[in-house]
Design a binder for this molecule. Structure first.
Ligand SMILES: N[C@@H](CCC(=O)N[C@@H](CS)C(=O)NCC(=O)O)C(=O)O
Length: 210
């Protein structure tokens, strides 16, 4: 299976960490993508195989022999159900819905982080400071919510924890450490899970430019 990636993307990272946690990396061919900074506002040119893989032209995208999946949610769902024996998210019941509740808040953070990034790639003249402020406020509000449900030490590093850890990491890497002030217990938890081999192997780095 072919997985389109870049080390800067938190959406890609949650998929890559999930794969590493399940020990199934030999099932994938990882294809590094390249992006110009103009991706934030313009449709950019991509190689034909990537265009064929995903009409959304976003990463992550997974091509299996039978179908293609064009976002991290469906890819994580596929990996968990078909390759992971539901070890990263319960198949049903309250554990599933609690997991998805946390995933939805952590994903709201990642979405705001990426929207903010796209806005910051515009020229200063074009940027909306209102929009940037709104995304930052949403991010901090969601960190505050996650602070009220910090994972118990030693509990399974599942999809909810993976998505949360990726959001924490991206915020410090791209922006600042203010989230640690609003979510100190979460920050202490993050410092522990950041040392997992799957997290260390996927530390963010800038995307190669076309
Ligand atoms: N909801 C999607 C979001 C994917 C996404 O926004 N990926 C970004 C990279 S972090 C991207 O490919 N952006 C390029 C673009 O929007 O043109 C997911 O879960 O995968």
């Amino acid at each position: 299976m072919r997985l389109y990636v870049t080390p800067a993307s938190p959406w890609v990272r949650r998929v890559r960490v999930a794969i590493l946690e399940l020990g199934i990396e030999d099932r994938f061919e990882f294809v590094q993508t390249k992006w110009p900074h103009s991706w934030g506002t313009k449709t950019v040119a991509h190689p034909a195989d990537f265009v064929a893989a995903t009409p959304a032209q976003r990463i992550p995208a997974l091509v299996t022999p039978d179908f293609s999946l064009t976002d991290s949610h469906s890819i994580c769902d596929y990996i968990n159900a078909e390759l992971g024996g539901y070890r990263l998210l319960a198949r049903e019941g309250v554990a599933r819905w609690r997991g998805l509740a946390d995933i939805s808040v952590a994903s709201a953070i990642i979405e705001a982080q990426i929207l903010r990034r796209a806005e910051l790639l515009r020229s200063e003249r074009e940027r909306s400071t209102d929009f940037l402020g709104k995304m930052r406020e949403r991010t901090l509000r969601c960190f505050e919510a996650l602070e009220k449900r910090v994972p118990v030490a030693g509990s399974a590093f599942d999809l909810a924890q993976i998505t949360t850890a990726v959001a924490c990491s991206y915020e410090s890497w791209r922006y600042d450490a203010d989230w640690r002030g609003v979510a100190p217990k979460l920050a202490a938890w993050y410092d522990i899970v950041a040392e997992r081999p799957s997290m260390k192997a996927t530390r963010p780095a800038e995307t190669p430019q076309t």
